[in-house]
Design a protein around this ligand. Structure first.
Ligand code: HEM
Length: 205
């Protein structure tokens, strides 16, 4: 017997419902989301984001699931784009191992431990990190003309030979397959919420 894959909206609905208010807080309050955001805002945004992205990358790899491993590698490429952008901007870099403040941060270990115990939690984190590319593209469209010639590489999609819409659709199909029962769905909701909640303090929210 074959079953039809769940519709995109059905896969995303519970995760969107769980994180909508958190996304709205970022969307409405991050300096980089303002129409007059500067390259200094962009550099500050990347510096705040990097330790979080490193932590999420580690958590995606923690369960040892091939689909999540692929997303961890994609996150590596986003981290590489982020590092090039910071280099271009001459922004003081935290370096590969982070600053002292980052090293005392308990966030990386907590996300990875939970993800290793429960791959569905990691799929919830993947929703946040993959979805954030959609916001990045919106900000690129808004800011790139004014901030040219800086390429704002981090806000451009990586690994999307068929385009970002197809990449997102493909991701949601994998997400739907991974969240086949209510327990997995609940774990993914916790992962998505933890993804946002671990990010907010990095922006003082
Ligand atoms: C780093 C912080 C951010 C994270 C983690 C994040 C996360 C997400 C996620 C998970 C989605 C997917 C939502 C879904 O379709 O279910 C998304 C979409 C989106 N985000 Fe963000 N976001 C961030 C910042 C922003 C900011 C600052 C803006 C404001 C411009 C923004 C605008 C958008 C837009 C326009 C979409 C696409 C909505 C759509 O096409 O349906 N995001 N983001």
């Amino acid at each position: 017997m074959t079953t039809n894959p769940p519709a995109i909206a059905d896969v995303l609905r519970p995760l969107r419902a769980a994180t909508q208010a958190l996304h709205e807080a970022l969307d409405s309050q991050l300096p980089i989301a303002r129409a007059d955001a500067s390259l200094a805002d962009y550099a500050a945004h990347l510096r705040a984001l990097r330790p979080w992205l490193q932590a999420v990358r580690a958590a995606l790899a923690a369960p040892g699931v091939p689909g999540l491993d692929r997303l961890a590698r994609r996150t590596d490429r986003r981290l590489a784009a982020l590092a090039l952008d910071l280099d271009d901007l001459g922004a003081p870099s935290a370096g590969a191992h982070g600053t002292a403040r980052e090293s005392v941060d308990a966030m990386p270990a907590a996300l990875s431990e939970e993800a290793a115990r429960d791959p569905a939690f990691a799929w919830g984190l993947a929703y946040v990190v993959e979805g954030s590319q959609l916001g990045g593209m919106a900000m690129h469209k808004r800011l790139a003309p004014r901030l040219a010639p800086h390429p704002m590489r981090y806000f451009q999609p990586v690994d999307a030979p068929c385009g970002p819409a197809a990449q997102w659709k493909d991701f949601v199909a994998q997400l739907g397959a991974a969240l086949a029962d209510p327990a997995a769905e609940e774990s993914a909701r916790r992962g998505a919420t933890a993804g946002f909640r671990s990010l907010m303090p990095r922006f003082g929210l």
